[in-house]
Design a protein. Structure first.
Length: 141
């Protein structure tokens, strides 16, 4: 999920599931067998999207930026996730339910916090013409 978050916060990209780092086609058939309900690509996509929405990002918006395809490669099913660039910053929930921000640098994932995050978000806002209302209006009532 860190890779997906980083691509959402950068220029988008493509993520392949069922393919090793050495570019070997492993397929998802064993993963399908372990699914709780439908043991096929539809069950995989359903579980994946539910995890994105309910556990890792806590928003439906992220799923609108993900396209899941299931091509056959060497008689094995893989998942090709096409990730679109988000128009707003996306935070990933970690195991402690804390919001964590990731971005891409080259072909790697980088966690940003502190001053690095502040500068990145300032540039992100300027690049995307986003205006955030940071005034607490409760004091004005």
């Amino acid at each position: 999920m860190k890779t997906i978050a980083s691509m959402l916060n950068s220029d988008g990209g493509v993520l392949l599931l069922g393919v090793s780092d050495e570019n070997q086609t492993l397929g998802l058939e064993k993963d399908f067998e372990n699914l709780p309900n439908r043991k096929d690509k539809d069950g995989f996509e359903n579980l994946f999207r539910n995890l994105v929405r309910d556990k890792y990002f806590k928003m439906d918006y992220v799923n609108t930026l993900l396209q899941l395809l299931f091509p056959q490669v060497h008689n094995k099913t893989i998942c090709k996730i096409i990730i679109s660039k988000s128009s707003k910053p996306i935070f990933l929930l970690d195991d402690d339910k804390c919001n964590v921000f990731f971005t891409r640098q080259g072909n790697g994932v980088r966690k940003l916090d502190g001053l690095d995050l502040s500068e990145y978000l300032s540039n992100f806002v300027n690049r995307n013409n986003i205006i955030y209302d940071l005034i607490d209006h409760t004091d004005l009532e």
